[in-house]
Ligand binder design. Structure first.
Ligand code: SF4
Length: 330
C-alpha cells in the first residue's frame, strides 16, 4: 500500500490555463478565427481529494483534462504536477509524468483494442513501462488488477466485445490502476452506463481512492453525477470557471446563476419536493466559443442579468472562505 499522502499539499496546480484553437476559413469564404476553448482558469487539486468539474458540452472541461494530460499543448498558463512544472516538458520527459497521471474515458470500448484479450490489454502497459518484467509475475498482477475492480480471473481470457459496458469500464479502471498513478482524470466515466451501473462504478472509484490514496479530477456534464463522489466542485461555462466551492456549500448555497440553473435540472428523488420546487430553465444554447459574448459570457442566458453584465467581465472572487464565484451580483 502506498504511503499516506500529505493532504495539505496540492497534487496539481492549474494557473491561468488558456487553450485557443485557430480555425481556418471555410470553403464558402467564412473568415475563420479563434476558438477560446479555455480562457484563463485556475484551480488546485489537493492530494487524496476528488474535484468535480462540471459544465455543458463545449464548456472546455474535456479540453482542460487533455491539457493537464498534455494531450493538448496549452496556449498559455502553467500546469504544476507533483511540484513540477510540466507545461513545457518534451515527449521523453513526459513519459514518466504520464505514468503518474491516468485517464478513464466515457467509452472504454473505443480505447480497448478489440483484437486483444483483457489479460493482454492489462499486461501490455506493465511490460511496456517495465513495471513488472517477469511474465509469470505479470499474469499474477493482471489477476490482482481484475480482482481489485471486481472482475474474475476468467475475464482475462475474454475480449472487449464479450463484456458488458460496466465490465468494460472496470477494465478501463484496471488499466489505469496498472500504472500506479497518483492522479486519475475521469472523463465522464459513467455517462454511457445505465443508472444502476453508474452507482456501482462510482462506489468502486471511491473504494479504490480510499485503498490507494488516489486523487481524481471527475469531469461530468451534470451536477447529479459528481454530487456523491466530489469533495469540491468547479463549474465551467464557455471556457471560464464560474464557481468553485466545497460540495456542501455548492449544492446548498450556489452563488452563480448558472450553477443554480444546473442544479434546478437535477431531479429530486422525493416526488412531493420535486413537484414543489421552482425550475430555472436557461434560454437558448451555449454561445459559440468562436465569438463569445462581451462582459460576462453568461449574460445572454442569465435570468438576473443587469446592465453592467454585458460590458464588464466579472472576476472569479472568493465570496466566502473557499467559495469562489464570478458574478457581479454574488
Ligand atoms: Fe448573470 Fe451578470 Fe452574474 Fe453574469 S455577472 S451571472 S450576467 S448577474
Amino acid at each position: 500500500m502506498p504511503p499516506e499522502p500529505d493532504v495539505k499539499q496540492p497534487l496539481l496546480e492549474v494557473k491561468g490555463l488558456v487553450k485557443h484553437f485557430h480555425v481556418g476559413g471555410g470553403i464558402l469564404g467564412s473568415p475563420g478565427g479563434t476558438v477560446r476553448a479555455i480562457d484563463g482558469i485556475d484551480f488546485t487539486i489537493r492530494r487524496g481529494e476528488t474535484l468535480g468539474l462540471v459544465g455543458e458540452s463545449g464548456c472546455g472541461k474535456t479540453t482542460t483534462g487533455r491539457c493537464i494530460l498534455r494531450l493538448e499543448q496549452p496556449t498559455g498558463g502553467r500546469i504544476v504536477f507533483e511540484g513540477r512544472d510540466i507545461t513545457a516538458l518534451g515527449e521523453v520527459e513526459l513519459r514518466s509524468v504520464r505514468r503518474r497521471m491516468q485517464v478513464i474515458f466515457q467509452d472504454p470500448y473505443s480505447s480497448l483494442n478489440p483484437r486483444m484479450s483483457i489479460g493482454e490489454i492489462l499486461a501490455e502497459p506493465l511490460q511496456v513501462h517495465g513495471i513488472v518484467k517477469d511474465k509469470a509475475k505479470r499474469a499474477d498482477r493482471v489477476r490482482e488488477l481484475l480482482e481489485q475492480v471486481g472482475l474474475l480471473p476468467r475475464h482475462a481470457e475474454r475480449y472487449p466485445h464479450q463484456l458488458s459496458g460496466g465490465q468494460r469500464q472496470r477494465v478501463g479502471i484496471a488499466r489505469a490502476l496498472a500504472m500506479e498513478p497518483s492522479l486519475i482524470i475521469c472523463d465522464e466515466p459513467v455517462s454511457a452506463l445505465d443508472v444502476s451501473i453508474q452507482a456501482q462504478i462510482i462506489n468502486l472509484l471511491e473504494d479504490l481512492q480510499a485503498r490507494y490514496h488516489l486523487t481524481y479530477l471527475f469531469i461530468a456534464h451534470d451536477l447529479s453525477v459528481v454530487r456523491h463522489i466530489s469533495d469540491r466542485v468547479a463549474v465551467m461555462y464557455l471556457g471560464k470557471m464560474v464557481e468553485l466551492a466545497d460540495r456542501q456549500a455548492l449544492y446548498e448555497n450556489p452563488l452563480h446563476p448558472y450553477t443554480r440553473a444546473l442544479l434546478s435540472a437535477v431531479p429530486i428523488p422525493d416526488p412531493r419536493m420535486e413537484a414543489r420546487r421552482e425550475r430555472m430553465v436557461l434560454r437558448g444554447e451555449v454561445p459559440s466559443p468562436l465569438n463569445p459574448p462581451t462582459g460576462c459570457v453568461f449574460h445572454p442566458r442569465c435570468p438576473v442579468a443587469v446592465g453592467r453584465c454585458s460590458a464588464e467581465i466579472p472576476p472569479l472572487r472568493e465570496i466566502k472562505p473557499g467559495h469562489w464565484a464570478a458574478c457581479h451580483l454574488a
